[in-house]
Design a binder for this molecule. Structure first.
Ligand code: URA
Length: 421
């Protein structure tokens, strides 16, 4: 019997796979000797039977070592499980770098309602997200901050994820955990914070799912010699006010310059930065964060970083934000009790800020600005959102009206940080 058929038989009956078996199957699938139909059968057996921690770690290791890998043991990195208006990398990493913790980040593009840091960065005129390994290392040394597009790291994960996407096997905790940590391990940062989003606009809908994933990510990372911790953060409503690529960069610039931004964004950016500094042994991380912001050092770090990656000197002041604008009025008087992240994300997608398929062209200038957040009092007719862009504006407007909830009483305040592991 072939090793993959044996693995399918074992998992089908609820048995446990040995590390060598996992390694052989992953290697065989990556090089093409294990066909898609057998790998799909194995993934479905794993989906149904689950995996022990040791099996999950074996899968993580095998995928992490399936291609090129970097080593940045001194650096910090963060990973978000994805959300709407999630600009925490753009806001927290310049702070961390300004505090002396180097950042080498390999990032991805957005898909569906989930934005991607690479798309946001590409909305900055002139900025390049591809650097050779040598340039990446040099920039980390000289500037202390580099963010580039993840290339061919963990190719086994890429191939397995594509199969999971078409075989109903994405939403399996051991498969998600090993997929995320294999890529992070191949990126090579020695200190890692996971931002696990929970809520309507997130992959994880319930507190138990989010906590289970956060614990698994931290445990797998530590087994791979990465110092890790995790936050569970609220994604029932978008983070901050801006959703869309250039709009989110503009909001990040405002935050780092000390201009007012919604409290949820400011709080989360500072806490993520502090947790990253803590992982590197900083004794008073919140004080360091406060100093980096109030001195202007964090904003200067952002400017140096975007210039090092090819942007012109005034790129952050000349972001391509669409001037084709429509404001959406509140349908009634009352308090905003909810502004569903998923609905706002869909509106931004309709305007062209994101892609439904990997090959779609996005409009970096498009997106949504929320003019009211949960807890705010509005009168009928007050603008609650501003749409930027030219594609499917009517549909986006309808989605915003479905996403907003207005009631007679103010809602209980919803914390931005739900758990800290
Ligand atoms: N993100 C990943 O990188 N992998 C998964 O399996 C799910 C989300």
């Amino acid at each position: 019997m072939s090793v993959v058929l044996e693995a399918i038989e074992t998992k089908k009956r609820g048995g446990t796979l040995a590390e060598e078996t996992v390694r052989a199957v992953v290697a065989g699938f990556t090089e093409g000797s294990v066909p898609d139909y057998q790998m799909s059968a194995l993934l479905m057996a794993i989906f149904i039977r689950g995996m022990t921690y040791e099996e999950t770690l074996a899968l993580t290791r095998a995928m992490a070592q399936s291609g090129e890998a970097y080593a940045f043991p001194d650096c910090v990195d963060k990973h978000s499980t994805g959300g709407v208006g999630d600009k925490v990398s753009l806001t927290s990493l310049p702070i961390v770098a300004a505090c002396g913790a180097p950042v080498a980040k390999l990032s991805g593009r957005g898909l569906g309602t989930t934005g991607g840091t690479i798309d946001k960065l590409e909305s900055i005129p002139g900025l390049s997200v591809t650097l050779s390994e040598e340039r990446l290392r040099q920039q980390v040394e000289e500037v202390g901050l580099a963010i580039v597009e993840a290339g061919d790291l963990a190719p086994a994960d890429k191939a397995i994820y594509a199969l999971r996407d078409t075989t109903g096997t994405v939403d399996s905790l051991p498969l998600i955990g090993s997929s995320i940590v294999s890529k992070k391990a191949a990126t090579g940062a020695g200190h890692l914070l996971y931002d696990v989003k929970r809520g309507s606009g997130a992959f994880m809908k319930t507190p138990d799912e989010a906590r289970g994933l956060a614990r698994l990510l931290v445990r797998l990372s530590e087994s791979m010699n990465i110092r890790a911790s995790a936050l569970i953060t609220n994604m029932d409503t978008p983070l901050g006010a801006a959703v869309g690529n250039a709009l989110e960069v503009r909001e990040s610039v405002r935050f780092l310059k000390g201009d007012p931004v919604p409290e949820d964004l400011a709080h989360e950016a500072c806490l993520v930065a502090a947790k990253l500094l803590e992982l590197r042994g900083e004794k008073a991380p919140l004080d360091a964060v406060e100093k980096a912001l109030s001195s202007g050092a964090a904003y200067e770090k952002l400017e140096r970083f975007v210039r090092a990656q090819g942007a012109g000197p005034d790129a952050l002041e000349s972001l391509p934000i669409s001037g084709t604008v429509r404001e959406i009025p509140a349908p009634r008087d009352g308090y905003v009790t909810g502004f569903a992240a998923l609905g706002v994300g869909r509106a931004a997608l309709a305007l062209g800020a994101g892609r439904t398929k990997k090959t779609d062209e996005i409009d970096p200038a498009a997106g949504v600005e929320l003019l009211a957040k949960p807890g705010d009092r509005v009168e009928a007719g007050d603008p609650v959102a501003r749409l930027h862009g030219e594609r499917e504006v009517d549909q986006a407007g309808r989605l915003i009206l479905q996403a907003i909830e207005i009631g007679d009483e103010p809602p209980a305040p919803a914390p931005a940080i739900l758990d800290d592991l």
